[in-house]
Design a protein around this ligand. Structure first.
Ligand SMILES: Nc1ncnc2c1ncn2[C@@H]1O[C@H](COP(=O)(O)OP(=O)(O)OP(=O)(O)O)[C@@H](O)[C@H]1O
Length: 300
């Protein structure tokens, strides 16, 4: 079965700087995929490449099994809400609806009107006069009304208040459940992603660090907490993602499979927040197939 998005050794360079390099990914269909990474990691670059707005400097992309470069109609199945929510500022919401209907063959006009009515926004003022959060919500409705197979969202939650954030995520979940759409969304707010997303992609310094099913990642990673002096008693071959020392206490995130640790240590489940934070702290750690870094001797 083909993936929704497949990147093969994908790279993009701006002059001499690689924004993304050696990116190989297979993202399954019908998932809500969280794309995380520090500022400047390459998230927007990956989204722009997937939306066909940037050309790769090396490697390539397939969407639903089709090479992106060979089939322009593949892109008709993609909707993209970029970071700086590009609504034409002089167009009213009513104009934008008309525009969307004329440009997109699969446009679901009754649905879009119903959703916009529920937002209780003025439909006759220029979009430039709406607040940042209101613009983001309108842009999301317009993107969904295209009925895309793949929806790309670059920090859709950043400008939203907590209630709007919750509503947007609920709308995404509802649409995914009804349509089988795949969503790839970048965000820095991990707690908002934990309930909604079921696949995690972490990018760091232009490289993919993690790509995997969130439940499986949480099952295989554990937080091991104990006294700093006991660090040397941890198994030699324990695949450590990151370790931190706070005063006398050491905390180690590791990929545990059949490893046993001594009685000085407490092993507990990690939250998605803790998992992401530990990976981002250690750009050289990876949860991709291949050799894993093993435990360091000295505490960091
Ligand atoms: N148009 C550009 N020209 C030159 N360099 C760029 C350009 N766009 C991005 N970059 C560089 O590429 C790298 C990746 O940027 P990108 O915007 O993809 O990161 P990001 O993960 O989306 O960051 P953020 O979380 O801050 O939005 C950064 O080092 C950035 O400075």
């Amino acid at each position: 079965m083909s993936s929704a998005v497949e990147a093969i050794d994908l790279g993009r360079r701006y002059r001499r700087t690689w924004a993304l390099r050696g990116c190989s990914l297979a993202l399954p269909k019908g998932r809500v995929i969280a794309l995380v990474g520090p500022n400047g990691a390459g998230k927007s670059t990956l989204l722009n490449l997937t939306a066909g707005l940037l050309r790769p400097s090396e490697g390539g992309l397939r969407l639903f099994g089709e090479p992106l470069s060979a089939r322009p109609d593949t892109l008709a199945q993609v909707a993209y809400m970029a970071q700086d929510t590009a609504l034409y500022p002089t167009f009213t919401v009513t104009d934008l609806l008309t525009f969307g209907r004329r440009l997109n063959p699969g446009w679901d006009d009754p649905w879009a009107r119903d959703r916009l009515a529920r937002l209780r926004l003025p439909t006759d003022v220029p979009a430039g006069r709406l607040s940042g959060g209101q613009r983001a919500q309108v842009a999301l409705v317009l993107a969904l009304a295209k009925r895309p197979r793949l929806l790309l969202l670059d920090e859709p939650l950043a400008s939203l208040d907590p209630v709007a954030r919750h509503d947007v995520m609920a709308l995404l979940m509802e649409t995914v459940a009804q349509s089988g759409m795949t969503v790839l969304l970048s965000s820095h707010i991990i707690s908002d992603l934990a309930e909604t997303c079921d696949w995690l992609v972490a990018i760091n310094q232009g490289r993919v660090q993690v790509s995997g099913d969130i439940d499986e990642l949480l099952e295989t990673h554990k937080l091991i907490v104990g006294p700093r002096e006991a660090l040397d008693t941890l198994p030699e071959r324990l695949p450590v993602v990151a370790q931190t020392v706070n005063g006398r206490q050491a905390s180690v995130l590791a990929r545990v499979s059949g490893h046993t640790v001594g009685p000085a240590w407490t092993v507990r489940d990690a939250s998605l927040d803790e998992l992401v934070l530990n990976y981002l702290r250690r750009p050289e750690s990876s949860a991709l197939p291949g050799p894993t870094r093993q435990r360091e001797r000295s505490a960091s």
